[in-house]
Design a protein around this ligand. Structure first.
Ligand code: AMP
Length: 249
């Protein structure tokens, strides 16, 4: 089985986000960037399938600025075999990413595509679904378990009421949820080895796709500051405040 995994470079999940003074977006200067956590889970799952001799080759793909190569190197150090970088400085939105991925998939012909369920910067949760629709492939979203069979996959999905198990015919698109696995840290020898693994750089023009954004961000604002709490003296006062001030009962 050949697996294609998508990885996005995003603001590290530990960074406290600051909104720009002109409300046009968030501060990105001198901010630590890392692989989107759900994509780390996607890479880990692919590497585990390779370790079980189910996957033969893992190709990782990213779209974005030149520095995204660092994210690809991390995926290569975790165990991916080779990487593709679609280099662009444009702001990327899910439909554009899905179209570019489709162009790559038409050429690479993987049996399985594993993606994060959501990028923690835009929180869109759209790219995997859009890609599956463009390809006309089955999709298993929010996967918490992936069990491959000969030409199909059993996916356990995290849904509101509990867990749902579905069967997908390959080729298919799977998006990862948090509980699918715990990604490994790349070891130093593997980080060194990854430096020699190939990264192919492509332009959107070479793929024949137009990545121009279709949505415009009008304004980004901080959430309202939380007000300090108060202590109430008894239950009657609590009920009174809930009823007349908070108006929740
Ligand atoms: P989103 O729909 O933006 O929440 O992203 C869902 C998933 O799509 C991410 O977890 C990534 O696996 C993939 N993805 C989105 N944008 C990119 C990108 N620029 N490069 C590579 N993968 C991406």
């Amino acid at each position: 089985m050949k697996i294609l995994v998508t990885v996005k470079r995003v603001v590290d999940f530990n960074v406290k986000i600051r909104v720009k003074a002109d409300n046009s977006g968030i501060e990105l200067a001198n901010i630590k960037m890392s692989m989107n956590p759900f994509d780390e889970i996607a890479v880990e799952e692919a590497v585990r399938l390779k370790e079980k001799n189910i996957a033969k080759e893992i190709v990782v793909v990213t779209l974005g600025v030149a520095q995204c190569q660092e994210t690809l190197r991390t995926a290569l150090a975790m165990g991916a075999d080779r990487a593709i970088h679609v280099q662009t400085d444009l702001e990327l939105q899910p439909l554009a990413v899905a179209k570019a991925l489709k162009a790559i998939i038409d050429k690479e012909k993987p049996d399985l595509v594993i993606m994060g369920k959501q990028a923690i910067d835009d929180d869109c949760n759209q790219t995997g679904q859009m890609l599956a629709a463009l390809l006309g492939w089955p999709q298993g979203t929010f996967a918490s378990k992936v069990e491959p069979e000969t030409d199909k996959l059993q996916i356990t999905r995290e849904v509101d009421g509990g867990l749902e198990t579905i069967e997908l015919k390959l080729p298919a698109v799977v998006t990862t949820d948090l509980r699918l696995n715990e990604p490994r840290y790349a070891s130093l020898p593997n980080i060194m080895k990854a430096k020699k693994k190939p990264i192919e750089t492509l332009t959107p023009e070479q793929l024949g796709v137009n990545l121009t954004p279709r949505l415009k961000t009008i304004k980004v604002t901080e959430p309202p500051k939380r007000k300090g709490g108060i202590k109430v003296s008894d239950v009657a006062m609590l009920v009174d405040k809930l009823r007349n001030e908070a108006k929740v009962i």
